[in-house]
Design a binder for this molecule. Sequence first.
Ligand SMILES: C[S@@+](CC[C@H](N)C(=O)[O-])C[C@H]1O[C@@H](n2cnc3c(N)ncnc32)[C@H](O)[C@@H]1O
Length: 163
Amino acid sequence: MLDLGTGSGAIAISIALARPDALVVASDYSGAALGVAQKNAHDLCGKVEFLAGSWYDVLNGHAPFHLIVSNPPYIAHDDQHLQQGDVRFEPSEALTDGATGLCDLQVIISGAAANLLPKGQLWVEHGWDQAAQVRQMLRQAGYSAVSSKQDLAGIERVSGGTH
Ligand SMILES: C[S@@+](CC[C@H](N)C(=O)[O-])C[C@H]1O[C@@H](n2cnc3c(N)ncnc32)[C@H](O)[C@@H]1O
């Protein structure tokens, strides 16, 4: 499986620990983030192959995958939450695509099919008010069984489907 925009590696390492039989690949374009992810994987004994670069550009010979997941930057550039609370201390490029918040999600959804095995699945995290738009983007990209999953507050925060 592939984790795009792995950051500290939380998703990729968790999957690697839960499924030691899986081949887990994770990418990020931030060298600093990958340094943290590699240290976390080492400390937690999670077997993950890390790749540096932008989204699918890094995948020479690694695709196709059974599963692609991503928690990409999805906050709109003018969202007031960027100036509030703990997110003020996060790198802005980890939080916002610098536009509507849907641009990186669209790149990831559009590019996934070429990197998935038949019946492979794509799941993405998104903002509290983006679930309907993301489901629509997935359907337009040809995904079936499209659905969303709720977080602990009952808000749809992850959407995906089967290609
Ligand atoms: C919201 S953070 C998510 C981090 C981690 N996946 C998590 O769930 O905690 C988004 C990540 O996407 C990375 N990112 C942003 N643009 C990227 C790009 N074009 N290619 C690859 N990674 C990118 C950022 O460096 C950041 O680590």
